[in-house]
Design a protein around this ligand. Structure first.
Ligand code: C5P
Length: 225
């Protein structure tokens, strides 16, 4: 473990998309590279935290020096998160599918020759962030969510913070013209009980380091540069 202000602290990070099976060879998913969650886990590790990294099938490799738990579905992600508690802080950077396929097939679905496509039906997935943020017992001391918005970012993210019951929301504008989704830069607004704080556009690694420092400051009660 690195020497740093987060020595002795356990931080949980979720990252990547989830895959929700349609049949054994097909799935629905969100677009997510896992880049921001991966960078954040590495930054927390570098500040000395013990990090549990619960990741869906991401396109970037997980960081070294963290405990990696690989999952596919939202249900598996919730189980892995719950099993990893207790934690001093939990950061939910994963792009979790809101729905799973309720009538997923056990065998590969085939065209039946009638020209009729299959009808998928959906069931709502558990909201992992809200579930953990609202735990009556054993809730992490600091619960941080992300909000990808395409308009009225602060307004929507502030409402999301209240709805989910988390302490902080890291909001970003992912409208296509920003080039943020799948890119290497991010422009975030941190929403806390103190209000909204917009950060300049910077690399996802720099966002991760700044956010990790803020988390360390909150957990230790000492400003961390
Ligand atoms: O409202 P929305 O789902 O966009 O909120 C995003 C935040 O909620 C992210 O922090 C994401 O990781 C978390 N989330 C979750 N479980 C879900 C859906 C979203 O943890 N099923």
């Amino acid at each position: 473990l690195a020497d740093g202000p987060l020595n002795g602290r356990h931080v949980l990070v979720t990252s990547g998309p989830t895959h929700e099976p349609i049949d054994p060879v097909r799935y629905i998913a969100n677009r997510s590279s896992g880049a921001q969650g991966t960078a954040l886990a590495a930054a927390l590790r570098d500040l000395g935290a013990r990090v549990t990294f619960v990741t869906g099938p991401a396109s970037v490799p997980p960081p070294e020096g963290v405990a990696v738990v690989r999952v596919e579905t939202a249900a598996q992600m919730l189980a892995a998160v719950t099993a990893a508690l207790p934690a001093d802080a939990a950061v939910f950077a994963a792009a979790v599918a809101d729905w799973r396929v309720a009538n997923a097939a056990g065998q590969k679905m085939k065209k039946d020759g009638t020209g009729q496509p299959p009808a998928l039906s959906f069931a709502e997935n558990p909201d992992i962030l809200a579930t953990i943020a609202r735990m009556a017992e054993g809730r992490p001391g600091l619960v941080v969510g992300f909000a990808a918005e395409t308009e009225r970012v602060v307004e929507h993210a502030t409402a999301k913070r209240a709805r989910k019951g988390c302490d902080w929301i890291v909001a970003n504008d992912v409208s296509p013209e920003t080039g943020i989704m799948g890119g290497s830069e991010n422009a975030v607004t941190l929403i806390t009980d103190q209000g909204a704080e917009s950060w300049p556009r910077m690399g996802k690694d720099a966002v991760a380091r700044q956010l990790a420092a803020r988390i360390a400051g909150q957990l230790t009660g000492q400003p961390v540069a």
